[in-house]
Each structure stands twice: as C-alpha cells, then as structure tokens.
Design a binder for this molecule. Structure first.
Ligand SMILES: [Zn+2]
Length: 112
C-alpha cells in the first residue's frame, strides 16, 4: 500500500511526510528552481528511497553547496539508469518508473 506523499523529484509515492510543508499535490510539471523552502515551506529533510533527493538539503546552497533543481537531479539520475537509492527499503516488486513519472506529471521534463 503506497504512502500518500509523493517525491517532487521522481514522483515516488512512498515518502513518510510532506517533502515541503506547502507543496501542492501532484501532478506537478515544472516546479522551477531552488531554493524550494522559500516557495514551498519547511522541508522534511527526508531522503527519497527511490531517487535519493533530500528535501531541504539538495535544494539548499547553505547545506550542500550547489543546490540542484528537481529537474536537474532527475535528469542526472535518469541518465545513470535511475538506480534505486535506499539500501534499507527495497524497491517495490511492482515498481514502474515510467508510470510513476507520468502519474506525478514529471515525465515530460524527466525523459526529454
Ligand atoms: Zn524521488
């Protein structure tokens, strides 16, 4: 049973908390450039099990040095074959990346 919070970077519906307090629900399309905390509110600092994006860290210059947009991170992740990130929580057996990206409205920007 998927959890209700989706990753705005890859669309994975398995986050345990909202990634940003005021982020609207998907589908999203282009969410623009960081800093996301300024636009979407406080971050969960959870790392996505699927793509590894850490909300509040990867988007924050003070934390990571070079903030990356969801699109840029996703493009790089897809280019390396979209490896499952978490070593603690295994990839769902019915995981379907294309379906996940489409459902979250991210396919167009992620697969170009
Ligand atoms: Zn993700």
């Amino acid at each position: 049973m998927p959890l209700p919070f989706h990753c705005p970077c890859c669309g994975y519906p398995g986050l345990t908390a909202p990634p940003y307090q005021n982020l609207p629900a998907p589908p999203w399309g282009d969410l623009g450039e960081p800093p996301y905390i300024a636009r979407f509110g406080a971050a969960s600092f959870e790392g996505c099990d699927c793509c590894g994006y850490e909300f509040g860290f990867d988007c924050d210059a003070a934390a990571c040095g070079t903030p990356r947009s969801f699109q840029a991170y996703r493009a790089a992740w897809l280019q390396t074959g979209a490896p499952w990130f978490s070593s603690c929580r295994p990839k769902p057996t019915d995981w379907n990346l294309a379906r996940q990206l489409v459902a979250a409205g991210l396919a167009a920007s992620g697969l170009r």
